[in-house]
Design a protein around this ligand. Structure first.
Ligand SMILES: NC(=O)c1ccc[n+]([C@@H]2O[C@H](COP(=O)([O-])OP(=O)(O)OC[C@H]3O[C@@H](n4cnc5c(N)ncnc54)[C@H](O)[C@@H]3O)[C@@H](O)[C@H]2O)c1
Length: 434
């Protein structure tokens, strides 16, 4: 079989370089047993590879890979795995990007249309051709029908979470594949894209607002909703912080643990942007917690922001006893960005529930002295800043997205597929029966 390039086809079809879908897959009903996919530039003009069938001498132009961006169905999820910026880059690289219209997404449908994406109806991924790759962010609705596509998303079913068998089994039952974004790692095992920075940023912003609110009010810190952009959030936090500082007669002292990580650096950035003086920000990581907690430095601070990645048992950072044992306790707000709320190893065992944007704080029970203390344990903090969080995440994911045309041969996706196969192998046979 001969591969060649057709200049005329290029001009009539596209100005972009076309990435082939996996050439081992049947294309237009044929199995092309060629070596690898190609991305070629010919005389500085983009070209579409096509193949001459030696038996019929027909030339067949390979179809570009189609990415189908789902409309998220999780309530109040405004973030998006693709943004107009990254969708444009994918289209320029030869992908077709279909974008479901979405009432919740922070980016208007028109922003995607303007960069050349094709708008398609909400929920239309279900009936999309099998070879389209479905890109989303969060869980699918809890339904039962088998999944036939390749799905790129966070599925939250690899750690034996409640109902994991039903979520995962839908893929093998339909011949589909899950490429889970939470486990997409580079050759050194580092995640290629994560929302941590904006989780920490949002957590620190809410913690400052809650601190100021509690100084000036007796009612719990009220519900919040997502911001159109970071500037709007920072302006609100600055105003709140000034009110709090006026009442307290000083700026708060804040301790961030896990300060060198993604969430931690986001938290520190928010504190700085809000105007907390540098000397009031304690930035702790592994080195500082080596002696083992509980730590008096936490109860001596007004605000504690926990941003660690919990991978093994560590002594409590703070607990009820350490709070009650410090007669000069100042701690009145904890933001547990790590949110290992129900994990028995949670090093911040002073609360038991996950809080929400509607009701962001939960009171710490059992304190013997003032001030009262509340905890923020929201597990979807980046949704407070959906635009910036999506842009940062999608930007980091883009190099991997650009290899989706040949994902089986792309190390990052091949690793995700291997993990998928391993997890599927752990499914009880009953789950596969549907
Ligand atoms: N609440 C949310 O909405 C939300 C969003 C994203 C991530 N998270 C969670 O936040 C956590 C952190 O994520 P990340 O992306 O920032 O991880 P990361 O790996 O980038 O950073 C973790 C940091 O914690 C430090 N650390 C680990 N154990 C420590 C210890 N015992 N003492 C001091 N420092 C310690 C590490 O050295 C590292 O600097 C994860 O559990 C993640 O699931 C929560």
């Amino acid at each position: 079989m001969t591969q060649t390039y057709c200049r005329r086809a290029v001009h009539s079809l596209t100005k972009s370089t076309i990435h082939l879908s996996n050439p081992f897959r049947p294309q237009q009903g044929r199995l092309f047993n060629t070596k690898r996919s190609h991305q070629s530039n010919w005389n500085n003009k983009s070209c579409i590879p096509f193949f001459i069938d030696p038996f019929t001498t027909n030339s067949i132009i390979m179809s570009p890979t189609v990415l189908h961006l789902r409309s998220e169905t999780k309530p109040l999820e405004h973030r998006s795995a693709l943004t107009p910026t990254t969708a444009k880059k994918l289209i320029e690289a030869g992908y077709v990007v279909n974008v479901e219209r979405s009432p919740e997404r922070i980016f208007d449908d028109a922003e995607f249309e303007a960069i050349g994406a094709t708008l398609v109806p909400e929920g239309s991924w279900v009936d999309a051709p099998k070879e389209h790759i479905i890109v989303g962010l969060k869980e699918l609705l809890e339904e039962k029908f088998p999944l036939k596509h390749v799905h790129v998303q966070f599925a939250h079913c690899y750690k034996q979470q409640g109902g994991w068998e039903n979520v995962l089994a839908r893929f093998p039952r339909g011949g589909g594949t899950l490429l889970d974004l939470e486990f997409l790692v580079d050759e050194r095992g580092r995640r290629v894209a994560a929302f941590g920075f904006h989780a920490g940023f949002a957590g620190a912003a809410l913690a400052l607002e809650a601190w100021a609110w509690q100084l000036n009010n007796t009612t719990p810190f009220p519900g919040v909703s997502s911001y159109p952009n970071e500037d709007a959030l920072v302006a609100d936090v600055k105003a709140a912080l000034n009110k709090g500082a006026e009442k307290a007669g000083r700026m708060p002292r804040v301790i961030v643990i896990g300060a060198l990580g993604r969430c931690g650096s986001g938290a520190v950035a928010a504190l700085r942007k809000a105007g907390v003086p540098e000397e009031n920000i304690l930035k702790w990581d592994m080195e500082e917690t080596k002696p083992g907690g509980p730590f008096k430095e936490i109860t001596d601070s007004d605000i504690f922001i926990n941003c660690i990645y919990l991978s093994s048992k560590v002594p409590h950072f703070v607990n009820l006893e350490s709070m009650n044992n410090n007669p000069d306790r100042k701690l009145s707000v904890v933001c547990d960005v790590s949110a290992d709320t129900t994990n028995p190893l949670n090093p911040v065992p002073i609360y038991t529930v996950a809080t929400t944007f509607d009701s962001p704080t939960v009171k710490v029970d059992g304190l013997k002295s003032e001030p009262a203390c509340s905890v923020i344990s929201i597990d979807h903090l980046p949704s407070l800043l959906p635009r910036e969080a999506s842009e940062a995440f999608s930007h980091d994911l883009l190099p991997s997205l650009l290899t989706l045309n040949d994902w089986q041969n792309s190390p990052v996706w091949a690793r995700a597929k291997k993990l998928f196969d391993e997890k599927v192998a752990t499914l009880p046979p009953s789950a596969l029966e549907g």
